[in-house]
Design a protein around this ligand. Sequence first.
Ligand code: SF4
Length: 232
Amino acid sequence: MHRIELAGWNLKFVLCTTYLCAMVKEDVLTLVDKGVMLPLMEEFYTIQGEGFHKGTAAYFVRIGGCDVGCHWCDVKESWNAETHPPTAVENIVENAAKYSDTIVITGGEPLTWDMGPLTSALKAKNLKIHIETSGAYALTGIWDWICLSPKKNKLPEGKIYDKAHELKVIVYNKHDLIFAEEQAAKVNGDCILYLQPEWSVRDKVTPLIVDYVMQNPKWKVSLQTHKYLNIP
Ligand code: SF4
């Protein structure tokens, strides 16, 4: 079941292709609800800038819709799913497979939606599938790599802590280090722990993180290297 009210979904997107022309809004909502169509905000081939796979070329698929509400969010335009065209997962997969064998599903909060159909279709093409998620909703889909980036506003659903491959806590202020430890206490023993400065306050918090990691070396520093490289 989708968690975001879609009653006002803008039909201009529904009417944009011949295939969808005959579809009524309810049909589209049903398909989105099942995860066979998803509100696609953007997709692009770039270098993963953060976390364990930093430096790796990957195709990013940004799915619209998020109600977590981080005040420092740098993709606020992703929040309203209604502004992003419902797109058939086959089309997303077809595009993605042209560019890379590593696909990163991000958002918004991708787990707002059922990720089963998208990830099954990507797996059928033998692609490696990564997710960047706050974990605010139940984990669906098949994943080769789960980056859990929990947010205070809406804490992760319990099961994802056992499955996360990396925990990436965004540090906006000193208190986030306490939150990071609370979250680290919940993940599985193999999960790699990262602290990442929030970009807008990076000059202030990066020194804090550096000191903290040197004193607590179970943590690693993650930087948004794609922003330093000036790539998406
Ligand atoms: S969970 Fe991610 S997309 Fe949603 S508000 Fe927070 S930073 Fe933005």
